[in-house]
Design a protein around this ligand. Sequence first.
Ligand code: AMP
Ligand code: ZN
Length: 468
Amino acid sequence: MALRFFNTYSREIEEFQPRDPVGRTVSLYTCGPTVYSRAHIGNFRAYIFEDLLQRHLELRGYQVHRVMNLTDVDDKTIRGASESGKPLQEFTSPFKQAFFQDLETLRIKPADQYPAATEQQYVDRMIAMIETLISRELAYQAEDRSIYFRIKNFPDYGKLAHFDLSQLQSTGRVKNDEYDKEHVGDFALWKAWDEADGKVAWEGQWGRGRPGWHIECSAMSTALLGDQLDIHCGGVDNIFPHHEAEIAQTEGCTGKKFVRYWLHCAHLLVDGQKMAKSLGNFYTIPDVIAKGYSGRETRYALMRVNYRMPLNFTWEGMEEARESLKRVDDWAGRLAESAANAADSEAATPVPERFEEALDDDLNISAALGFLFESIRLTNRAMDAGELAPAAARSWLEWWKRIDQVLQLSGEETTLPAEVAKLADERQRARLAKEWKKSDQLRDELNTLGWDVRDTKDGQKVTRRAGV
Ligand code: AMP
Ligand code: ZN
């Protein structure tokens, strides 16, 4: 079955045909974080969806060139820097580091490039693009000395968001304290310097100022991926105005279709509301870890619902994630023990491709996981009855390793909490000394702390107990 995605632009499921079907390379641009604070798990829902997309494309034999930008200059970063009394770079740098740490915790594959908006080469490109737009009458300088995009000269404006522009129509100039734009929908490409910007400024030929947020992504995506991209992603809140503006700016400069497939993920909710910094209803990755959950449990909890459906975050959901992963771990452990007895000559049993096919279908992760857990139930039952041949166990295990390239859920975190690691160590030593009573006592202690201990051929395995 061919890969299919829901394209926000057409509002239809479309067969995926990249620009380079022969070389099977795919360019993927994903809007990254604004580094004025630590990203919250709502943001990470978007990044995990993008990771799933990338890893599934790779499983299907595509080579993905992925770029994720870092917005390190905008109103929020400037305000934060000024409030903390630090230069902009010094203020944003720890948030960049924290972001990379969180990506690692969640097992998100790093992008090939992370361009930052303040890098001079990209600022130069933003300025050059704005010059082109001015020369084509797609941009103008307003009385506040800022440069705005002129949406009335770009007839496709509104196509991505399926926005009826007549709702925005204004007659003549709109003037109030904030605007001296020709049209209320015109957006800033360049913001003229004002005192609140402090030392944050670049020289455009039209005066000092700084780029608008939208032009940052147009410049960085085309600088690294070329004028035309295969896939562009973000959360649904990015559709308008951010992505609409990216299309207008980029196509206004190049005259070519900017993006083939626009994919947007629905929000992570808390009590039915979008998780957002501004609403104060958010958790960061360290918040979730501090509650005793691991990175992979968090990854699973944020990934298990189809990306176009809103996902409500709850602590019960985190418990369910823990229990589900415990089932997977136990199953994979049993398969490995059984597979160790398979003779090399024994034939493999092919596993149907239902997991992969579900993901081909607009990344239908619920169906894909449904098949995984149904398979776990059936093979466990066969193992209970002594009816799963070692060679079949080996085939299932190989299948699991294959699909886990996409899921990235196997294996406990390598770092056990210090207290648990100490008890596990002692128990290992007690077993080596054949002090069975002591070893059992230590096992009970670990159980009480919420950890299971299994003795396998490869030694003792300590895993978090489900429901604790
Ligand atoms: P921001 O740092 O606000 O620009 O957001 C970074 C990314 O996270 C964007 O792709 C947003 O669309 C996405 N995002 C923000 N809040 C949420 C949420 N509650 N659920 C899912 N994605 C979100
Ligand atoms: Zn963007």
